[in-house]
Design a protein around this ligand. Sequence first.
Ligand SMILES: Nc1ncnc2c1ncn2[C@@H]1O[C@H](COP(=O)(O)OP(=O)(O)OP(=O)(O)O)[C@@H](O)[C@H]1O
Ligand SMILES: [Mg+2]
Length: 451
Amino acid sequence: MDTISETVTIKLPTFHPEQVRAFRTTASWDYVALRAGRRWGKNVYGETTASDHIARGMTVGWFAPEYKRLSETYENIAQMIEPVKTRSKQGEVIRTMTDGRVDFWSLEDENAGRGRKYHLIVIDEAAFGKKKILRETWERSIKPTLVDYAGRALVMSNTNGIDPDDFFYSICHDPLLGFRQFHAPTRSNPFLPLRKPTEPFELWVARRRAYFDRLRADTPPLVYEQEYKAEFVDWSGASFFALDTLLVRAGDGSMQPADLPAKCDAVFAVIDTATKTGKDNDGTGVTYFAFVRHGLTYNVIVLDWDLQQIEGALLETWLPTIFQNLEHYAKACRARSGSVGAFIEDKASGMVLLQQAARRGWPATPIDSKLTSLGKDERAISVSGYVYRGLVKLSRKAFDKVVTYKGTTRNHLRGQVVGFRIGSKNEQREDDLTDCFCYGVALALGNNEGF
Ligand SMILES: Nc1ncnc2c1ncn2[C@@H]1O[C@H](COP(=O)(O)OP(=O)(O)OP(=O)(O)O)[C@@H](O)[C@H]1O
Ligand SMILES: [Mg+2]
């Protein structure tokens, strides 16, 4: 009988030297914890490893804490193994002509992986996701998928605080779980920042050094330790947004709130309507900001805020007052582009506000899902550099204001923002104004610094 054999070549990315070192070091380990800083190349590493397996006819289970983290990986793997790809289902499975397959699982699904057998499982962003991965999920759902083939596990993540209940923290600390770890900081990705096509090598090396030096200087030290060095950071003691960074130094050396800007580029508001308990009388926070440009630099001033318990029905009469206040601040701060309106989270009662505003032609914009889909801690970390560099200031009004909310009279903005703690497990903590604050800073400064 004739057999027809065909050679198909697929081209996988070439690992950078530190990825090569990770590959060699971990080659004989069954369970690998890859603890690496932001942008180190975890995805390139995991996706290349998975593609190599399925091209050789093996089965792979790819897990992420949430569905939204799977789609990019699906596309990358589909592209890498294109010449051998057969039937696939967007975001769910890719098969190869060599009988390999990769299944994509979100760990939001409690039954993820059940009933399957894998040569390799990969967990991406293991320490993240709104619901943390627990050791039980590994023991009960994922580990059993490796028994048939005595398969291997590659668990990749950056660090996310100290939490003995968290799976990723545990596999890096508790040898009984059977993992060994490979640790790599961001800086060991030699491709970052990407070299420009015609840039001479020496100039690029100098730019790279200067870039990392500045990144280090501009990032709060604990954030740098966590995000770029992938160290496990203890956040419990530290006030995350230090009050002093939100104030300006007066002539006598004391730290004082900022004056209202005499001129600015735009004013805007961020509204956060909490729906924690699902009751109508949950808190609704609003924070007003001025966006100020000085030459090539920008900053943000928190002008004012409010926190109220408003019944659903009364939100209708409350919303117009936000736009009136914005007009007031646009005049008071001589905003060149005037008020650019209110930014509102597109869920629950926020959706109602957006609809109301749309009906009446008021400028209200849903906050980009890239921001709203992050966890509170991730969002706070993502804006922390701007605050640390002193680009965000409180006005005297925002600093002095006192409001009675749920029976407590105080400056809730300061209380919440300066009182904010990373990794807090207190579900009851009030943080609507912290959310407004982080959204406002991200909206004004987050996207290449400037609207
Ligand atoms: N082997 C490689 N060859 C070329 N570029 C690479 C390689 N590894 C990583 N990169 C580049 O480095 C950057 C970060 O890669 P990747 O997204 O895989 O990192 P990550 O660790 O998953 O990042 P994040 O922390 O954002 O999840 C990308 O621009 C990627 O193309
Ligand atoms: Mg990644």
